[in-house]
Design a protein around this ligand. Structure first.
Ligand SMILES: [Zn+2]
Length: 87
């Protein structure tokens, strides 16, 4: 199984250190995808694709509010190299 997530994060960190004025002067900083999840099924950290559902909720009092729920889809293939996941 590939390690594209870690490699991409590391490469982006190096890119920022070399090309971004703000990060050239900072000793250390963290770079990480926000939509990562540890999947029990594979025991690996993978990128997931968040999907949001929102709707108007009417309470018994008549007050209307917006509710939202976020779920995540897992990907069958690595978004960076195309390797099939779960092999
Ligand atoms: Zn990959």
């Amino acid at each position: 199984m590939c390690n594209c997530i870690e490699k991409t994060e590391q490469r982006y960190k190096e890119h920022l250190k070399e090309n971004n004025k703000t990060f050239k002067e900072i000793e250390d900083f963290e770079v990480g995808f926000t939509n990562k999840a540890f999947l029990m099924s594979s025991c690996k950290t993978e990128i997931v694709l968040p999907i949001e559902v929102s709707w108007e909720h009417r309470a018994k009092s008549g007050r209307v509010s917006t509710k939202r729920k976020v779920s995540s889809f897992t990907m069958s293939y690595c978004p960076f190299c195309g390797e099939k996941k779960g092999d």
